[in-house]
Every structure is written in C-alpha cells, then in structure tokens.
Write a protein that binds this ligand. Sequence first.
Ligand code: TLP
Length: 344
Amino acid sequence: MIDLRSDTVTRPTPAMRKAMADAEVGDDVYSEDPTVNSLQERAAEIFGREAALFVPTGSMGNQVAVKLHTKPGDEIVIEERGHIFNYEMGTPAVVSGVIVRPVKSSDGSGMLTWTDIEPALHVDQPYYSCPTGLICLENSHNLAGGSVMTAAECRMICENAHSRGIPVHMDGARIFNASAALGTSVRDLTGECDSVQFCLSKGLGAPVGSVLVGSREFIAEARVWRKRLGGGMRQVGVLAAAGLVALEESPPKLADDHANAKTLAEGLAELPGLSIDPEKVVTNIVIVDASAADLSSQEIVEALKEKGVLAIGFGSAIRMVTHFDVSSDDIAKSIAAFREILAK
Ligand code: TLP
C-alpha cells in the first residue's frame, strides 16, 4: 500500500528503533527521565526558548496552551480551517471554557494577516462582549494545503497582538516543513510567539509525541496541566529517544517530501475532473478538488484503495500527504492510479 493519508503513518527508522532500545529512562512525572530531559533541552535550544515539555500529542500541546493563555468566557481567534477549531473536538470549549472566533484569510491561502485579524478582536470593548484571549496561528496550514507563513508576517502579527495585550500560540505541527519550504529556521519562524507546539510524529517521522515550547514559567504551568489531563507519562524516554533522532535526521529529508508533493500536484492537475494549482503546493500536503469529476471524492478514494493507494476524502476534495515512507516511484504509481480511475 502507498499510504498518503497522512505523514503520521511513518514507521520508525532503524536509527530511531536503536535509540529507543538503548534509551536511558526514569520516571518523567518526577522529571527523572534523562532522555525526555535531553529532548526538552534540545527542543528549547532549537527554538531559542527557555523551556520545553514533551506531550503525547499535538492536540494536547495545543490545548494546554489554549488553557494557559485564556480564561473561561474568552474568545480565541483562528483561521477558519485551523486544526484547533476543526479537529480538536471542541476541546477549547470543554477544557478551557472559551469560544472560537473563526476568521477568513483574505487571500484564501489560510495565512492570516494582521489586517484579517484586527477587525475580529475584542479589546477594550464594553464588558458584555467576549474578550479576545488568544490568537492561534498554524504553520504550515494543514487544511489550507500546507501553505506557509513567513517570519516577517508572523512577527507583524505578534507585535500587533502584544501591543494590545493578546498572546499568540503557534500550532507548528509541521513547522519544520514550513522551515524547509521557506529556508528560514524554526526559531525565526516562531520567534515572537508566546508558545509553540510542534509534532515529532508528523513530517519528522517519530512514532509518538509533540513538544510545547515557551518561557520557563509557562512550561512549569504546562506540566501541571499535562498531568491534570492524564498526560503524565512515566518511562517515556523510549519515545523521546526516537524524537531526539527525528530532530536530527528528518529535517534534511523534508525537501524530498516537498518535491514529491509538487510532482503529485503537477500530475493530478493534468487529469480530467481534478483541480489543483501546483504552484501553491510548497510543502508535503496536496489537497485536490474533485468536485468536477464524474465520481465523488469518496468513490475516487475507494477506487484508489483497490489500486493500492490510500488517500483521505475531505468533502469534495481529496487530501494526500507525502512523507519519508513514500518514494518518487510511489508518486508516479499514485498518479497512474488516478489516471486510470478518472479515464473510466
Ligand atoms: N492532524 C492530523 C489529523 O488530525 C487531520 C493529520 O493527519 O494531519 N495541528 C495540526 C496542524 C495537525 O495537522 C494535527 C494532526 C494536530 C495539530 C494534532 O496532532 P495529534 O494528532 O498528534 O493530536
């Protein structure tokens, strides 16, 4: 099977498996796991932050951040296709008691600008409005087809937000992909954000885990909330060990994933009934609109499966994500499978 459903499906590399087998461990609830501590120190160093916390999932990292930055009754502002809003099962409401104010990105790229955000804010408004407690950004933007936000744009949003007393959280599940696409370090891409969550288990290919980075004080509070939410893990150095390897060995490979995604988009753009602009595919996510095809997106996904290709239908679109277990040959086979299905 060529599994293009997500970059979460990768298997640990031999180096990850070896590091996991050899990992020194201790009880991380007492902060005594040396491998977890090394991962957190390395992550803080890479992002130029005071501290970091290993969390089981990206969702937990995001939701702990939402919890810490807000108080019940606040609003969080986010692009309307953002993961925190669409795929985290209402957790901002359930755990933090906040509501979400979804905002459109004016150019459709999924990347908010300050001009998009400012009219949605509630700052210094009458007491009966819902105060804005947090702005959430996403880089790269999953549901917007892996689009990226430059360091300059992010800085402008953060500076303006901070001047109004509003913190900014970055859902950087795939920030290393954004970094590879833009040729900018993850540190520069996230520099002014108050907190950043990044996933080890997406493009970087580790089996499990995410990291939340921020100030020492923020991370100390995050540790409390991680435990409260059931995320206090014990001898979890076996997982952190794979994360440490992923941080070193995976970023240089992302350019290959991006080239594969571009080739896939170019191939699909030629086919009848499919619509995608390959120019806009800059990272590892390919979302192709199939609304003009004779088959529904779901029918295409099922036919692809019979030909050994796994993809995901999102409404009338189909999402495919490249990763290090997908070769350029697999991409050629996937395009051929689409061609046969759509020719019928
Ligand atoms: N995204 C998954 C699905 O939930 C859609 C995927 O296959 O892409 N932020 C972003 C931008 C994400 O894409 C995801 C996962 C998360 C957060 C949540 O990470 P996990 O799955 O570790 O909770």
